[in-house]
Design a protein. Structure first.
Length: 368
């Protein structure tokens, strides 16, 4: 027996430790904890986290066991992750639990780079992830994945099989039409094409589909936000005033169409000299933090201006795959963990049976 009948149940003790660890209420973390045998308070405890932090689970388990002071051993405490489908106003897409829009009020802030690296970071944190390149006028995801000449296949001439690169499933307008053709499409044509791209792709079961949105807050962005079942969004900015003014427009757009904004990511926050370690704030300082505070949003990450980010993007060799142990990769994983947790804590789970999760289709093509 681990506890006397007068002691707190093991689940409550574990929940209390988790509440302190994550700065949450006990009511929140109690929902994660259960006995492996529900009617047996001497049974082992299983913690099911509703977000993805796979790289931190070993450290978290050690911390919980340490604070339990021998009341449970390692075999009696199990951690799992289970991302649920979030509620949306628009009907969900088959097999996709959560669609997250990565947006910016203007171009040139590193939105596409942030999208692709966040997708790989979420994957390394234990999530099943896909990416949809909705940047109709400048589809860059194929280049960043190293397969710009690839094309989706179709067995029935109605549905596309997404491509796979480095374990990430993806689709992009860049796989279907030459970039110079897409660049001259009018708004309604572009919106219809993107909706088809989303609905007619045979996605496997995904915890998250990251959508690299077109820059700006015009008709295409508004149509996407209203017609696509977006679970939530994040806004990418740089610290400078011009970018922050446009990022604020992006936040307002999502608020008007009732899409939750999970937080901000400040890109190009600083440049760190490799020789001496000095940080130079090339594009101003703390602008993203001030904007996040003004809107009551979390700042999910502050990412540096670094040549490796550009090099890996241009070469089609994802940073988090080529250099997973680097400080840069950890910065993206930290932002991904914050994103995943924020979504789990702020978006209501889908009510009723999750009928849109059908199971993985056969035949995703590409390279692992």
């Amino acid at each position: 027996m681990f506890f006397s009948r007068k002691a707190e149940p093991a689940t409550k003790e574990v929940a209390a430790i988790l509440a302190k660890y994550f700065s949450l209420s006990l009511e929140d973390t109690l929902l994660w904890c259960a006995f492996s045998q529900p009617k047996n308070e001497d049974a082992s405890v299983t913690v099911t986290l509703p977000f993805c932090i796979a790289t931190q689970l070993d450290a978290l388990k050690k911390e919980v066991l340490k604070q339990l002071k021998g009341k449970l051993n390692a075999d009696q405490l199990t951690f799992k992750q289970n991302v649920v489908s979030g509620e949306t106003e628009v009907a969900p897409v088959t097999n996709i639990k959560n669609i997250i829009a990565v947006a910016s009020g203007k171009g040139g802030v590193g939105k596409s780079t942030t999208s692709i690296n966040l997708a790989f970071a979420l994957m390394q944190e234990g999530a099943k992830v896909g990416i949809l390149d909705a940047d109709i006028y400048g589809p860059s995801i194929p280049i960043m994945l190293g397969n710009p000449d690839a094309h989706p296949e179709s067995e029935d001439n109605k549905h596309m099989q997404p491509l796979m690169a480095h374990g990430l499933v993806a689709n992009s307008i860049g796989y279907l039409v030459p970039q110079e053709d897409a660049a001259v499409w009018r708004g309604p044509m572009a919106s219809r094409a993107l909706k088809q791209l989303l609905d007619e792709t045979l996605w496997p079961v995904l915890d998250y589909l990251i959508v690299d949105m077109p820059p700006g807050t015009g008709d295409i962005q508004l149509t996407m936000a209203q017609q696509v079942p977006l679970t939530a969004s994040i806004v990418v900015t740089t610290p400078q005033d011009l970018a922050l003014a446009d990022a604020q427009k992006g936040i307002s757009m999502f608020e008007k169409v009732n899409v939750p904004v999970l937080g901000l990511i400040e890109n190009m926050s600083y440049y760190q000299c490799r020789a001496c370690g000095t940080k130079d704030y090339v594009f101003s300082k703390d602008g993203g933090e001030a904007l996040a505070e003004r809107h009551g949003l979390p700042l999910l990450g502050q990412l540096p201006l670094d040549i490796h980010i550009r090099e890996h993007g241009d070469a089609g060799t994802p940073l988090l795959i080529s250099s997973p142990e680097s400080d840069l990769s950890e910065s993206y994983r930290e932002a991904a963990r914050a994103l995943s947790m924020q979504l789990a804590l702020t978006v209501e789970p889908r009510k009723g049976a999750v009928k849109h999760i059908k199971g993985d289709p056969i035949g995703i093509v590409g390279k692992d």
